[in-house]
Design a protein around this ligand. Sequence first.
Ligand code: NAD
Length: 336
Amino acid sequence: MHKVTLIPGDGIGPEITKAALAVIEATGVKIDWERHEAGIPAIEKFKDPLPQHVIESIQRNKILLKGPLTTPIGSGFRSINVALRKEFDLYVNLRPAKSYEGVVTNWRDLDLIVFRENTEEFYAGIEHYIDPAKSAAETIGIVTRTGSERILRYAFQYAKKVGRKKVTIVHKANILKYTSGLFLDVGKAMSKEYPELETNDKIIDNMCMQLVTNPNQFDVIVTTNMFGDILSDLCSGLVGGLGMAPGANIGAEAAMFEAVHGSAPDIAGKNIANPCAIILASAMMLRHLGEEAAAVRIEKSVAKTVKEKEHVTRDLNPLKGVGTMEMCQAISANMG
Ligand code: NAD
């Protein structure tokens, strides 16, 4: 029996996490869930978006499955997603972008992995107005050698372990000569330790253009925090949108699994959200817990269900879309 902290989230979070729990249960893997609120629901109940008892639960269990959490724009509390990554030093953000038969895209057979540094640079929260009149604002993005080394090491090691062929380091070292330059220098030096992997580097603007014109040239992508955030959404767009994009946030002590997409307030409560991203994130979680067979069963079943196009949500089949729970039931049934 595994013990896992669960934050269902808000918006579409409760609907899609309910679906994910049902699919995990169908694998037969036993999980004792410790369910907690964070973000807006926690403010309503506890007047704190990330209460101490939630932090303690994650500290105890070391694994978190998290639904999306709304972050107020401009003012209000800072992102709980970012706070969790910082609190548990989840420095690796691993976001696969894989094309599935049955999902309409311009690109077939894509199987990319974006590794995003998850703790430094412009997400460190060091920002302020420079004067009381708010005439200008400043954000400080710090990139460290240690921070760069650990994410690059993780990406190279992962690529080697799973038999990937190529690693692309993405940066803006022509302009950000110190921050991006440091990341690139560390990556280039480390690549010499992995002669079995082809390594290249791309400037972020060119990378975006190359991704939308010829994405099949890429395999594993590793980059700093903000470029990684943007590129991973771009890559999920290449494979048909956010509905199929899972993500893992991994540190030395704890790991958090979630969908790449947000709380989608525009479709919340309508039973039309695609549950695949969080279901695929649950498969990543099971793999992390050593439940490889269950992870593979979920991934195969999602692929089968999506390919059949019969029991999928309307983002995948606008003419015959079914509800979130119906799609989840089809995925569970397709596991056999
Ligand atoms: P979003 O990802 O919530 O939605 C973008 C678009 O994609 C919307 O049209 C939405 O309906 C659609 N969409 C997203 N998930 C879907 C799904 N599973 N099935 C079908 N359609 C789906 O992005 P947003 O609107 O920019 O953000 C909404 C809120 O979510 C914001 O407060 C943002 O800060 C937050 N957010 C949270 C996380 C997280 O918890 N990790 C990540 C991103 C955004």
